[in-house]
Design a protein around this ligand. Structure first.
Ligand code: NAD
Ligand code: TYD
Length: 364
C-alpha cells in the first residue's frame, strides 16, 4: 500500500462545512468521538445551511469539539487566525453548481480560485512559523476538487495524470483552484493533497441538483426538466463515501498527489430518473425534455485504483444510497421546502422558465 502511513490531524479547519459534502464530513468525523476538534468556516451562501450541522450542535460532547465561524475564505483577516490554530485545512468551500456558473461565472472565480489562494497563503505563513520553531509542523492542505476537471470523457476512464480539460466556468475554476494548490506543493513545499470526487448524492443535497430537484419536484407532482436527450452519463457516489474518502486521503494520501474518488455506479440520467420515479411511485409522464445545458459534458468516468491502493473502498451501493436518499427527502420536507422558498422562484424561472415552456414529452 502506498501513502504516507496513518497521520492524525487532531485540529481541523473545514471550510464550506455547512454545505452538502462538507457537513457530512463534519458530522461523520465528530461522530467518531476520537477527540478531533473542528472549526467550520462558511460564508453561508444560498447553499450553506447551519441546519445541516444541527445534529452536531445538539450533542454536547460533539458541540464541545466544534466551532462555527461565518466568513469568507477569500478574506485573509478571517482565514489567517483560524489556520494558525489547526493541523490541517480541508477546503470544501466552493460555488458548486454548473448551471449557476453559466448564469454568473464571477462568483466562481472569487471563491473557487481566489479563495483557494487565500487559504494557501495562510498555510504558507504557518509553514514559515513552523520553520522558525513557532509551531510543530505546517498544516496539511486538502483541496476538494471534482471529476469535472477532466472534461467530458467519451470512452474509458480518467486517470490522475490525464490532461485537465475543463469545459464549464465551474470546472475551469475548480481546475485552477487545484492547480494552484499543487503549485504551492512544487514551489513552496507545502503539504497539499487533492481529491477529485465524482457526482455525489444523498441527504442534505441542495434541491438545485439533479437528484434532489427531481425527488422534490416529483413529490409535488411538478415537471422534471431533463436536459437534451437525457443520455448523459454520470458516475454516482454516495455522500458518506465521498466524505469518508476525503478523510482517508487527508490521513493517508501522499503529499503533492491527486486522488480520484469514483463511485463505480455509472448511469445515464434517464436511468437515474426512472429509478427515482419507481421508488416514489410517480409516473414517467412528469419527465420533460428541455433545451440542453450549453457545453454539457456528455460523460464522466474515473479510474479509482490509486485511492484503492491507499486502502479505501466505498461502502454504499447505488440502490441502497438512492433508497436512503428518497426516504430522507420524504421525511425532511421542512428542510428542502425552506430552500425552495425566497430567491428560489427567481432562479427557477431564469433556469427553467423558457426551457419548460418549450419542452417535449420524454418518451421512454
Ligand atoms: P455546496 O454548494 O453544497 O456547499 C458549498 C459550501 O461552501 C456552502 O456551505 C457555502 O456556503 C460555502 N461557501 C461558498 N462560498 C464560500 C466562501 N467564499 N467562503 C466560505 N464558504 C463558502 O457544495 P458541495 O456539493 O458540498 O461540494 C463541496 C465541494 O465538493 C466543492 O468544492 C465541490 O466543488 C466539490 N465536489 C462536489 C461534488 C458534488 O457532486 N456535489 C462532486 C465533486 C466535488
Ligand atoms: P448536476 O446535478 O447539476 O451535476 P453535474 O452537472 O455536476 O454533473 O447534473 C447531473 C446531470 O443531470 C447532468 O448531466 C445535468 C443533468 N440535469 C438535468 O438533466 N436537468 C436538471 O434540471 C439538472 C439540474 C441536471
Amino acid at each position: 500500500m502506498s501513502g504516507t502511513g496513518s497521520r492524525r490531524f487532531p485540529r481541523l479547519l473545514v471550510t464550506g462545512g455547512a454545505g452538502f459534502i462538507g457537513s457530512c464530513f463534519v458530522r461523520d468525523t465528530l461522530a467518531r468521538r476520537d477527540g478531533t476538534t473542528i472549526v467550520v468556516l462558511d460564508k453561508l451562501t444560498y447553499a450553506g445551511n447551519r441546519a445541516n450541522l444541527a445534529a452536531v450542535e445538539a450533542d454536547p460532547e460533539q458541540a464541545a469539539r466544534f466551532r462555527f465561524v461565518t466568513g469568507d475564505i477569500s478574506d485573509p483577516a478571517v482565514v489567517a487566525p483560524l489556520v494558525a490554530d489547526v493541523d490541517a485545512v480541508a477546503n470544501f468551500a466552493a460555488e458548486s453548481h454548473v448551471d449557476r456558473s453559466i448564469l454568473d461565472p464571477e462568483a466562481f472565480l472569487r471563491t473557487d480560485v481566489l479563495g483557494v489562494h487565500v487559504l494557501l497563503e495562510a498555510c504558507r505563513a504557518e509553514q514559515e512559523r513552523a520553520a522558525r520553531g513557532e509551531r510543530a509542523a505546517a498544516p496539511r492542505f486538502l483541496q476538494v476538487s471534482t471529476d469535472e476537471v477532466y472534461g467530458s470523457v467519451e470512452s474509458g476512464e480518467s486517470h490522475e495524470e490525464d490532461r485537465l480539460e475543463p469545459r464549464s466556468p465551474y470546472s475551469a475554476a475548480k481546475a485552477a483552484g487545484e492547480l494552484l494548490a499543487h503549485s504551492y506543493f512544487v514551489t513552496f513545499g507545502l503539504d497539499t493533497v487533492v481529491t477529485r470526487g465524482s457526482n455525489t448524492y444523498g441527504p442534505y443535497h441542495h434541491p438545485e441538483k439533479l437528484i434532489p430537484l427531481f425527488i422534490t419536484n416529483a413529490i409535488d407532482d411538478q415537471q422534471l426538466p431533463l436536459y437534451g436527450d437525457g443520455m448523459q452519463q454520470r458516475d454516482w457516489l454516495y455522500v458518506a463515501d465521498h466524505a469518508g474518502a476525503i478523510g482517508h486521503v487527508l490521513e493517508h494520501g501522499d503529499s503533492g498527489e491527486a486522488y480520484n474518488v469514483s463511485g463505480g455506479n455509472e448511469r445515464t440520467n434517464r436511468q437515474v430518473v426512472a429509478e427515482l420515479l419507481n421508488m416514489l411511485d410517480k409516473p414517467w409522464s412528469l419527465v420533460r425534455l428541455v433545451a440542453d445545458r450549453p457545453g454539457h459534458d456528455r460523460r464522466y468516468a474515473m479510474d479509482g485504483s490509486r485511492l484503492a491502493s491507499l486502502g479505501w473502498t466505498n461502502k454504499v451501493s447505488f440502490d441502497d444510497g438512492l433508497a436512503t436518499t428518497v426516504g430522507w427527502y420524504r421525511e425532511n420536507e421542512a428542510w428542502w421546502r425552506a430552500l425552495k422558498a425566497g430567491d428560489w422562484d427567481a432562479y427557477y424561472r431564469r433556469q427553467y422558465g423558457d426551457r419548460l415552456a418549450g419542452s417535449h414529452e420524454a418518451g421512454r
